[in-house]
Design a protein. Structure first.
Lengths: 265, 133
């Protein structure tokens, strides 16, 4: 299975490099071929929500125009959100499509398949196959999913999972052999980019999530979003080491015995 | 009375055109507010923003912290029984304030070097996108 891989800005800086490294190592092991898109640029991180704003659609549209009929795969929830919604907008809104085509001086190449790494595991590889490839099942590890917002909502456009009762990450953790903990708030916002302007508000919302996960018995939370990772990691509970925050690809690499090799070399 | 009505219409229509949402369709059930993860930090409830827009109370909406606290998490979007997308309404209000000014609420000079080193790129890009046009 071959995909064009769109990394996005945050995965190339230090804070999220762990997500990229472990995900790419795991993909190679699982037979998923990820080819990084050439000369990519930042997707803009947020999807433009007003009808009369087209310029901010250009950056994600460039990725889609470049990809054409090839599926585009992302790791970051925000990139996934922006690319997928832009993809849908271009395929359904003629005015937006014409304006973007005019700016990019290229005909609209048609709809692209935008998928998240977790969807590739579920829909293209399959949980059974993943289970077969696990060499080091994460037995007795109490792992819990943190979905956040951008993968799930709005569900009519994202079409990723049930926005109120998602289970793709739980199925994923189950395939890795972990003891899966579910808890309320796993799809509740962590405070997002208020990390820059309203830090106390962000800390409160993230604390509520982590506290609930701890009460349910989780010892580690997984996420696909670098900003969620940062916000949850800034809670007192995480800083004191009472709960670990990981990218979803970290336990994956561990279950595939890839991290151990990394340490040795 | 007629003149008052036209001002009211203008404010609501501007938000409606930009957001693509029919503000008058809101029935004030408060489901958006009940599920909002950031409501504790807001001065007006999301439901009240809708009410004031229906009433054309532009000043109340524009002075409110609420549209700037909203983090576009889309929880209200998926729960509204009238299928209204409040995150789009909040963005339309922000855009209305931002377009004549360019930037507000986030001065690059106020971001400390420590924070700049610390936060992921995604947080900075999103924040500038929210606070500037």
């Amino acid at each position: 299975m071959q995909y064009l891989y769109y990394p996005g800005c945050t995965l190339k800086e230090s804070s999220a490099q762990d997500m990229e490294r472990t995900a790419l190592d795991a993909a190679a092991e699982l037979g998923l071929s990820l080819i990084e898109i050439e000369k990519w640029q930042c997707c803009g991180a947020v999807y433009p929500l007003v009808e009369d704003e087209y310029v901010t659609l250009l950056s994600p549209a460039r990725v889609l125009f470049q990809a054409k009929e090839n599926p585009v795969l992302t790791l970051c929830s925000a990139c996934y959100h922006v690319l997928k919604r832009t993809n849908q907008r271009l395929s359904t809104d003629k005015e937006a499509r014409d304006k973007i085509s005019w700016h990019l001086e290229e005909d609209y190449p048609g709809e692209t398949r935008v998928i998240h790494y977790l969807e590739a595991l579920r829909d293209d590889l399959g949980w059974e196959e993943l289970k077969n490839k696990v060499k080091n099942p994460l037995k007795h590890r109490r792992l819990a999913a943190y979905y956040g917002c951008l993968l799930l909502r709005p569900e009519k456009e994202m079409n990723f999972d049930n926005p109120e009762r998602p289970n793709i990450m739980e199925e994923f953790l189950q395939a890795l052999g972990a003891e899966v903990i579910t808890y309320p708030f796993r799809n509740k916002c962590c405070g997002s980019y208020l990390a820059v302007t309203e830090r106390e508000v962000m800390k409160d919302t993230s604390h509520n999530i982590v506290e609930m996960a701890l009460k349910a018995g989780a010892e580690e939370l997984i996420t696909a979003c670098p900003l969620c990772y940062y916000n949850l990691g800034n809670t007192l509970e995480a800083k004191e080491g009472n709960i670990k925050i990981s990218y979803f690809s970290e336990p994956l690499a561990e279950a595939l015995n890839l991290r151990v090799q990394e340490v040795k070399t | 009375m007629k003149q008052q009505e036209s001002v009211l219409e203008k404010v609501r229509k501007e938000v409606e055109e930009r957001s693509g949402q029919d503000v008058n369709a809101c029935i004030q059930c408060g489901k958006c507010t009940g599920g909002c993860p950031l409501v504790a930090a807001m001065d007006l409830l999301p439901r009240e923003i809708m009410l004031y827009l229906q009433q054309g109370a532009e000043e109340k909406v524009e002075k409110s912290k609420t549209p700037w606290i909203c983090a576009s998490c889309f929880t209200c979007t998926v729960r509204c029984p009238k299928e209204l997308d409040l995150s789009r309404v909040m963005e339309a209000v922000r855009v209305k304030i931002l377009r004549p000014r360019g930037i507000t609420g986030l001065n690059p000079k106020d971001i400390s070097p420590e924070l700049l080193q610390d936060v992921p790129q995604q947080a900075l890009v999103s924040s500038f996108r929210k606070h500037s046009r």
